[in-house]
Write a protein that binds this ligand. Sequence first.
Ligand code: 5GP
Length: 178
Amino acid sequence: MDVIQIKEKQFKTFIPEADILKEVERVASEINRDLADANPLFISVLNGSFMFTADLMKRLTIPCEISFVKLASYEGMSSSGKIKELVGLGEDIAGRTVVIVEDIVDTGLTMQRLLETLRARNPKEIRIATLLVKPDKLKVDLDIPYVAMRIPNDFIVGYGLDYEGFGRNYRDIYSVVE
Ligand code: 5GP
């Protein structure tokens, strides 16, 4: 097991890259099966989902498009539930099948607000694909058809996820050492 230091905190290996990729592969085949004729538009939520998005997209074999958006709701180690404006969506999503690609659903408040914002643009359907869910922290009722992994409440970094801007570059997922 690896221990890494980011700022004043230590993190230990929690999910190795090989285990992550196995689950990403599974999610990709579910999407390939379900959305083969839907011509979906994937909307990847930056920054945290960039690595998941890349690994997922490489495994999709169906006709699809991708766009990247940005919003921020998280500072330090606790989720605020506040959402900043959605930035970067140039595509017209009216009548389209949209798949949101997110790094982690914690309380679910960010996802709920994002869904509201996107629904106002009249897509045909919105599905959620997330790398991680913390089921015990969920505060809202969300239908999430594509979940790579469910994890306990620990704060995690790596594979795109950060602590105060650092740690996104690691291949594995690490959890904080309290
Ligand atoms: P929610 O609104 O669901 O509570 O928070 C979602 C956002 O909080 C995620 O997109 C992510 O940016 C951040 N987040 C939640 N849990 C963690 C965590 O354990 N580690 C990191 N790095 N970010 C997290």
